[in-house]
Structures are given as structure tokens and as C-alpha cells.
Ligand binder design. Sequence first.
Ligand SMILES: Cc1ncc(COP(=O)(O)O)c(C=O)c1O
Length: 414
Amino acid sequence: MAFQYLNDRLHCESVDLKTVAEAYGTPNYVYSETILQRNATVLKTCFIDRGFKVSYAMKANSNPEILKLFHSFGLGMDIVSGGELKLAQHLGFTSDEINYAGVGKTLEELTLALEAQIAHFNVESEFELEQLNALAGSLGRQAPVLLRLNPDIDPQTHPHISTGLKTNKFGMDPDLISSILINPLEYPHIDFHGLHCHIGSQILNPQPFDDLIDYLAAFTAGLEQKGVELSDIDLGGGFGVNYHDAFEDILTTTPYLESFAEQALGKLGQYQLHIQPGRVLVANSALLLAQVLGNKANGDHKFVVIDGSTTELIRPALYDAYHAFYPHEKQPNSSTGDIVGPVCESSDGLAKGREISEVQTGDLVAFASAGAYASSMASTYNMRPLCPEIMVGVDGGIKLIRRRQTFEEMIALY
Ligand SMILES: Cc1ncc(COP(=O)(O)O)c(C=O)c1O
């Protein structure tokens, strides 16, 4: 167990988090290399060893040290922008290890990716297909494409992270996909390799995935009867984690990974299968470490004000997300209150109406499961510099994997 209380003080491995705060200040993110390795090992065993291609969805956390670690386990990269492409190339991911997803890609981004000869473009609209076909033709290339299908399946997750319903902007209508694949010669510079689906994120109930696999099995069988030959199916990401217990193992929080792989192989095993997980690989690998600025009350409503905020962890404000709260010094809960940051927004709260222990000015506190969609969604709102990221290694050593942004760097942009 990487994050744990030792002598009633919160540690990562054997490192007291107070040591990290003293060395790098707060707020900061503390990552456990042990957990990252464990998560990558599980994904490798469940999927890569069964013949799947796994591309990590870089948007979940794009720290280069984390990307390099995943690369060493054989994971490729699922990118959604020209910037993510540049980072993957910079880190030495080869062209066949990069897939490009996303509902809107600029002509400049499409050109960059064509020139990089990436493995797949996951195309989400007719207009994108037309633009890609024209660009590929002008560059004398063929573009390898998976068409992203919108299956109208409810992923049973928060509406802001549902992507597989007709009312979501993502993917293409199944009838449109059929008509494109039946007449592929209308797009002479596109090589149609297959289909892609990503129905949503933080999916805890495996039923929507079962429905997706059944849907794709029926849909591809129908296409085959019409003479359409496909080679690849990408089932996307979306595997959910338990945000209520930060200390749980990935196989406890997401117990259905293995059965998902088996089911997909059983029903779609004739295709090269792909997945693009993000959250499940990184969410439980980090804490947001912050310091208490003070306690206050408006009437009988209690607030703990800390130096961490929505600029470091936007998920509670964006999705009403729950992140477990741990004081650095373990003590029983004694009151109920909101834990809020200094940012000038009423939505700048990290926990609402939470049972909490007595914490005082200067105490350290942590929000768990801050490895996914935390640092990658961070902003500099209120001119708050991006905060440091620290990795505690498997050997117990501490490594700074992103330093704190300086005010000079922020001002230099102007
Ligand atoms: C196309 C695509 N693939 C993969 C992912 C990763 O999802 P998750 O982090 O839930 O695994 C996302 C997340 O939004 C996505 O949009």
C-alpha cells in the first residue's frame, strides 16, 4: 500500500508527506511510482498479454515521467491535440504507437499527424473525413482511419462525462458510418481500418460495456454481410475507479477489467482490438497535498480554507466529484464543513458538507485520487502558478517531476 498512515501521519511509501511539503511547498501533487507501475502491470496482464493494443489517454495526465513509465510497459498514446502529438513525439513514441481521437481537429493538426504517419485517425464526422481525405491527397499519403461510432448507449455516469449518447457531440450516426463504409471509394485517400467507440468516463457498472460489445458484434456482422472488411476495433476507455477509498488496489476498484477483455475477445476476437484507458491508470496514483490557511464560519456553516483550489483539482466543481480527504495527522472526524480554496468563485470548493477532523492553520491535508484529470486540467486562474508534481519512487526516493511555475514565466507571456 503506497499511501498509508504510519505512526498516524500520512505517508507515501515511507516518506512522510510533511517532508515533501517542506521541500517543495504547497499545494503540490504527490505521485506513487509503485501505484503507477502496479496499474500499468494490471493493464498489461489483462489486455496487452491477451493481444489488445493499449493506448493511454494522455489527457488524463500528461506528465512526461508518467508517459515514459507507461511506454516502458508497452502502452501507446491516445492523443487529442497537436500539442499532445508533439509531446508524444518528443518522448520517443513511434508513429505506430500514436492514435488521434477528438471531435474537432484543425487542418494544421491533421497535417502534423499525417506528416507524422500516426497509426490511426479516429474520425468523428463527415466534414473531418472530407478534410482528411483532401489533405492526405495533397500530401500524397493515405490516412489510416477508424470511424468513431455513436451507439446511443447510456454509460450511466455523470452527464458531463457521457459521450456515447445521441445527445452528446461525439461520434457518428451508425447509418452514416454504414453508408461511408459501403462506398469507401468516395474517399480515395482514406484507408478504412475499422471502428472506434468511447461511450463515457468513470463507468463503474460493467453493463454499458457489455452492451457496447454486443452492439459492435451485431453492427460489424451486418457490415460484413454487405461486403465491408474491417481489421480494427477500438473500444475506447472509461473504466471507473473508487474515489471513496484512495488506498484500494486497481483490481478492487475496477474488478471487471479481465471479464471485459474476455468478453470482447469472445465476441470481437477476429479483429485487432484496442482500448484507450486514462483514469484507471493514474487516478489513484496521486494526492493533492495542501496546507490549511484557517478556519471560519458564516453563522453555523463551517469552512476550512486551504491553499489548494479548483485550479489544481477542478473535478468537484466540474462534476460534483467526490475526492476522499485525509488530514496529514490522523484524528477522528469531529465536525461537518466545507473545504474550500482561495480562488474567487463560490464553486471553488473541494469538499462540501464533509465530516472532517479538527484541522488548524498550518496543518497539512490531502485530497486523494488526484492523479487523473487534475494536473492536466489545472489552470492559472487568479494568476496562480501551476504547482509542482513530485514522484515517490519504488526505492522510496523523492523526485521532482514538474517544478512550480514562476511568476516571471507567467508574466513573460504578456
Ligand atoms: C476518446 C477518448 N478515449 C479515451 C478517454 C479516456 O477515458 P478514461 O479516462 O475515462 O479512461 C477519453 C476521455 O475523455 C476519450 O475522450
